[in-house]
Every structure is written in C-alpha cells, then in structure tokens.
Design a protein around this ligand. Structure first.
Ligand code: ZN
Length: 727
C-alpha cells in the first residue's frame, strides 16, 4: 500500500469553473481580448511542466497522445480489455487530471509528489493496447521508457520538491546546492538582474573549476543585442573569481507563442494602459527582460477596474526552493456584469439600508463611500493551481511606492467549499439538497453585503492634529451605556495601527455580521431576485453556511501556539460562538460517529428561530463590534473578540476535539475544469465542460486541438535539451 499522501483519491472533488453567466455578457471586442490573453496564458502555462520535474513534460505528452486518439469514454473499453478494474481506470483518469491541474506530478499546494494509484504493469498494458500505441509504437514506447520509472518512484529525494539532497527541482541543475544558489544570488544582485525569469545550470570543467549558466526565459535565443533590446545583460562575467554566463532562450518556442498571442490581444485592448502593458510584456517575454515586465506591471496597476482583468509572467516564487525564481502563470478573469448590476443596485440602496444597521446615525459615516471592490469570474487560470484571490505585483519596489491590486476571484471562491452531496460534511441529511441548490445564490448575497455595506459602513471618531473632531464630542453617547463617548482616534492613529494584530479579522467579522443581519431584509433579497419562500430558503442557507464555516474554520487554528492563521475563518468561528451562545435551540452541535466508525459531527440550525433568536444575537454583537471600533476602544474590542476566538475543549462543544474531527474529514484539494474559448467566424465561442476527471482531460485535449502535435514536439525538445542536467 502506498502512503495516501502520495496518491490522489478516486473521489477527489472536481468542479467546473463556471463562467457561463459572465462570459456571454462581454462585448465582442472584450471577448476577443479575453480569448487571446487566454491563449497566451495556456501556452505559457505549459512552461510549468519544465519548471516542476524532469519527467513532467514527458508524462504530459504521453497523456495528450493517448487521449487525443481515444477520449476517456472510449479508452475505458481498452482499459477493461487490458485487465484494469473500473477503480484502476478511474485512478488513472484522476492521475491524468492531477497532472493537468498541477502542470506536473508534484502538488502545487504542498509540493509533494503524487503517483498513479494502480499497478505500473497495468498502466503499461493500457498504453500498449491503446490506439496511440498502435499508430506509433516506437514513439509511445520511447515516452514510456523515459518517464515510466520516474512516474512511480518514491525515492526519498523524489518525494518532494527541494534543492540538493532535500528534493528535486528543475530550477537548478542537479549538481547545485544551497551554496551555489547563494553565490549566484550575490552575482545576480551585483548585476541588478532579477532571478524571476531564470534557471541556473552549473558546469564543472575538467580542472574542477565551475561555471554557472544563468538562463533567462525569452523567445529570442540570440545573445547579441538587436533593435529594441535595451535591457540586454547577456554575456560572460567574472565574479569573485568564478565564471558566470548569462544567456537567454529558455523555453524559447513557448515564449514565442505567448508573444504572438499577446500581440493579437493588443488589437482588442480597452484602453492605452492595456496597450502599453501588453507592449511591455511582449518586450519582456521576447527579450527576457524583467525590467520590461515591471514596467508592464506599472501600467497594469493603472488599469483600474477593467472588464477583462489579466496578469501573466513569472509571478510567484513559492516553488523555487531558494524562493527567488518565479513560476509561470497567466490568468484572465472577467467582470460578471449581471452580478455587478445587482451589486450596484445594492450600493444605490445604501441610503435606506445603512439606517437598518444596529447603531445610532452618529456612528454611521456622514457620506457613504463605495469600497473599492470588484468580484471577477476566472475564465482562464493557467499554471500550477488556482488561488481564490491574489495581490500583485510581487515586485517590492512597485508595491511600496506605486501600489498593487487585490483581485477577488468570485467563481473560484464559490466552489472552494464542497458542492458534491457525498462530500458535504457536518450537515444533516435533510439539509444537503437545499444547501447544494442555494449555496451559490446565498453566497452572492452574503458577498455583496459583506463587501459593500459591511466594509463600507460605520464611522471612526477622529480628533485631528489641530483638535478638530469629526463628531459631536459633547453629545454622542455610547448606546450601550448611555454615557458620552470618551475615546477616539487621535492625530495619525488609524484603525490598523490601533487594533493591529486583530484589526483584519475583527473587521472581517464585522462585515460578515452585516451580511447575516441585512440578508434578512426583504429589499436586499429582492435586489438579488429572491422573493417569497425561495427568499426564506436563501436566508436559511446563508445562515447555515456561516455556521458550518465556523466549524470548518477550526482547520485554521493552531493549538500549540493558540493562534488563528486565517482572518476570515477566525471571524466565522467567532460568529458560530455568538450563535451557540444565543442558545434557545437556535444552533446545535453534536459529536457523533460516522458510518465509517470514525468521529464525526452534525451541526444544525433551527430555521424558525433565525429571526426571533439569531437576529437579536447578531444585532447585539454587531453593535458591540461597531462601538469598540468607532471609539478606538482597543481594550474593550480585544477582550470581546479574543474571548469568542478562544478554542478550548470545555463541554459541551469540545472545540479542540471537534478540530481533530474537522481535520480527519477535511476534503482533498479540489480540481477545476476550465472552459475553452474558440474563434468561430468573427466571434468567440465558450466551450464548457462538466465536473469529472474525464471532462478535465477532454478540456485539455480540446485546448490544444489545432496545434497539439507541433506543441508536444517543442515541449519534448525543451525537456530533452537539459535531460543530462538533472542526475
Ligand atoms: Zn472582507
């Protein structure tokens, strides 16, 4: 038996990334822009294969050839003839889906290797009986010979990504260790050369001396300067008595494809910022210049609130064991215009909704300012994995002085928690169908309220340097005590500086409470198209989801140092505690034993008590949160919030025990099936897929339908070029 850490379970969650509402609402020009950016992202995303492990490119090509000749539904009968059980065939499909989702055979979250969960001989038998093998036996056999052993190997060094003895990496040749990485970093710093788009290859000569080759990713291979090549740093250097060569052309054919697509996209840009941004990215990817990418990122920051948002390049450095080389990623996300229209109506109703909040008008802002928030739906996310939100650029020099953008990815968030009935933990059977049906619409109501009226509401009392108050300090009273307000923010004090360590989670909690509280308002519900008994169901599921999230949150609590690692999850746990405390049978939490004999739990919410018990409980708590916030009362705020945040094993809830159950029942990381875009005449068509391993595989075969063979030759050639460097 293989340690389950190194396989993907057959029932791993696979969900379509739904873009069906957002994409059709784009204009034809926006669709074309999104399409060519998507193509650039997908081609560039293949670079991750070469950045992950020596065998990843070959495994990918083997799978593409297999499935191009026979889609999963057809290959199934071949598998059965080859002696695979249905479970073994499913394990193979899940493995293939995992390779596509992670762009390699190491998990993008956690960096551990995963291997096929079926015997090697069976997989070989399947390949040997496939149509792809019948058509080109020599090629298929060569592919298998080159990756079969590595695909299955769980040698200590191959179990995870790492440098030197610690693991495998393709950011460095196999003979590099930490000392090499440090020396080269010094060299790069001395030349003011960023490591983001580089890899490092060390050659040891016969005389024992070594030479380092720093290879830059670029479409062009030529090292001599040519027209427009302003940032050329190629050449030989002597640094500290060691020879360094800076060359370019890493991933050249793939970089060229990215460049070609970005040039096409530019013709459909919405404004000059987007045009300049793409020009700089083209420059960066063509010549291998990070300076040009930084310049492109500057235009990107200035492109505020675009309908089609994107980012592309060597972005996150988590997977370089040394932490300075970026992994390629490209994404395209689009504003969901229908959802934005509902959010806009919510903002327009702020004047009538804000007075509903449980604090006196003096505690509300003099004028409502719409917070800067757009939720985007991901159309394309190419690379090793999809986050729920991003904050880029990572270039510190730009972040500090010129800013950055936070991007919230709505459709990723929406499927991040379980949607398959069998996987739905901690709910009563009778709640599950309704939960699955209404989770997304109720989530949309909650997100809209949270972002716009949650973060957008409430006033901070301030006395500026000149002694001017922004409130009537002689008359404003604390609604809880009836006494005059006695504390406020002075001079340069801010919410973050005063509440420091708890500021973000406290504020998230306040925003979540506003969502729960205002979703009970009929006007809000009708803005989101919810009326009558359906609306009551949406309210119920929104509250139930919050209660369940409070339980799931325990995963993000670390008992040894008693800390919370995630602001939103801590906030949801706090809300669960508040609702449990309200008692009167509103929420009940039961420790049980599952059908597998292992510990389980059931959480339930009495829907008849939401308005009678739940609403007043949230009302009291939300008011307290706001008063402490408005009056800069850190001591009071901290005591309140940290009290509800504490996790103990006391009866009846036994949260520490519950945490063990939550960890035990934690769902494996989901995979996403992404749509394809295709030119159809002079428009762009969206091709969507359902959520299974077979669908995920089909989406990848279709994605490279037109140029698959040519592309695979390029990938294999790139991978073989360095094959001697890894051992
Ligand atoms: Zn928030």
């Amino acid at each position: 038996m293989v340690d389950s850490q190194y396989i993907l379970p057959n029932d791993v969650g696979i969900s379509p990334l739904d873009c069906a509402e957002a994409f059709p609402l784009l204009s034809p020009k926006e669709k074309l822009y999104a399409h060519y950016l998507s193509r650039a992202s997908w081609y560039g995303g293949l670079i991750v294969l070469l950045q992950t492990s020596p065998e990843s490119p070959t495994i990918y090509v083997l799978l593409q050839r297999l499935f191009r000749k026979q889609p999963p539904s057809v290959l199934e009968s071949v598998a059965s003839a080859a002696g695979l059980s249905p479970e073994e065939y499913q394990a193979f499909l899940v493995y293939a889906a995992g390779i596509y989702s992670n762009m390699g055979n190491y998990k993008s979250f956690g960096d551990t290797k995963f291997i096929p969960n079926l015997p090697k001989e069976k997989l070989k038998a399947l390949i040997w009986q496939s149509q792809a093998f019948k058509d080109s036996p020599t090629q298929m056999e060569a592919l298998w010979n080159s990756c079969g052993d590595l695909m299955y190997s769980l040698d200590e060094k191959l179990k995870q990504l790492g440098l030197g003895d610690k693991g495998i990496t393709t950011y460095f040749s196999g003979n590099c260790c930490l000392k090499d990485a440090e020396l080269v970093q010094k060299f790069l710093d001395s030349k003011n050369l960023s490591a983001y788009n580089t890899r490092l290859f060390k050659q040891v000569n016969n005389d024992g001396k070594c030479c380092y080759e720093v290879r830059l990713a670029s479409a062009i291979k030529d090292e001599c300067p040519i027209d427009g090549d302003v940032d050329n740093k190629c050449g030989c250097y002597n640094f500290d008595g060691t020879l360094f060569k800076v060359v370019r052309g890493d991933y050249a054919p793939l970089m060229q494809r990215v460049v070609d697509c970005l040039k096409k996209a530019k013709a459909y840009a919405a404004n000059e910022n987007e045009e300049h941004m793409l020009e700089e990215y083209v420059q960066s990817f063509f010549f291998g210049s990070i300076e040009a990418h930084k310049q492109g990122s500057r235009y990107w920051i200035r492109d505020k609130g675009p309908i089609v948002e994107s980012h592309i390049g060597f972005i996150e450095s988590y997977r370089d064991p040394f932490g300075s080389r970026g992994e390629f990623e490209g994404f395209v996300a689009v504003v969901n215009k229908a959802m934005s229209a509902r959010f806009a109506e919510l903002v327009n109703s702020a004047e009538v909704l804000l007075p509903e909040l449980p604090w006196p008008t003096q505690f509300e802002k003099d004028r409502f300012l719409k917070p800067d928030f757009t939720s985007l739906d991901v159309l394309t996310f190419a690379g090793s994995g999809i986050p729920v939100g991003i904050s880029i650029p990572n270039y510190d020099c730009i972040r500090q002085s010129e800013g950055f953008k936070n991007v919230s990815l709505g459709n990723v968030l929406a499927v991040a928690s379980a949607t398959q009935k069998e996987k739905l933990t901690f709910l009563r059977e009778e709640d599950k169908d309704l939960y699955i049906k209404l989770k997304n619409p109720s989530f949309e109501v909650q997100v809209g309220l949270h972002e716009l009226l949650g973060h957008g509401s409430g006033k901070l009392f301030v006395e500026d340097e000149k002694g001017n108050f922004n409130f009537d300090s002689k008359n404003v009273r604390n609604p809880e005590t009836g006494e005059l307000v006695s504390s406020w923010y002075k001079g340069s004090e801010t919410w973050d500086s005063k509440f420091s360590t708890i500021a973000s989670t406290y504020e998230e909690c306040r925003a979540e409470c506003v969502g729960l509280y205002l979703c009970l308002n009929n006007r809000v519900l009708s803005i989101f198209g919810q009326e009558g008994s359906d609306a009551e169901d949406v309210v119920y599921i929104n509250w139930l989801n919050m209660v369940r999230a409070g339980v799931l949150a325990l995963e993000f609590y670390t008992p040894v140092n008693k800390t919370w690692r995630q602001a939103h999850m801590q906030a949801r746990f706090v809300i669960l505690r508040v609702l449990l405390e309200a008692n009167e049978g509103l929420v009940s939490l039961e420790h049980t034993v599952g059908s597998d004999g292992k510990p389980d739990a059931i959480i339930s919410l009495d829907r008849t008590k939401i308005r009678s018990v739940g609403k007043p409980a949230i009302e009291r708590f939300l008011r307290k949160l706001q008063i402490h916030k408005s009056t800069a009362d850190v001591e009071g705020g901290r005591a309140l919030y940290e009290g509800y945040s504490s996790v103990t094993d006391s009866e009846p809830e036994k949260f520490l025990t519950l945490r063990e159950t939550v960890l035990l029942r934690k769902e494996a990381r989901k995979m996403f099936v992404q749509a394809n875009t295709r030119v159809q005449g002079d428009t762009i068509e969206l091709q969507e897929y359902a959520g299974s391993a077979a669908d995920l595989i089909r989406s990848f075969v279709d994605r490279f339908h037109d140029d698959g063979e040519e592309l695979e030759e390029e990938i294999l050639a790139l991978s073989q070029m360095d094959a001697h460097c890894w051992s």
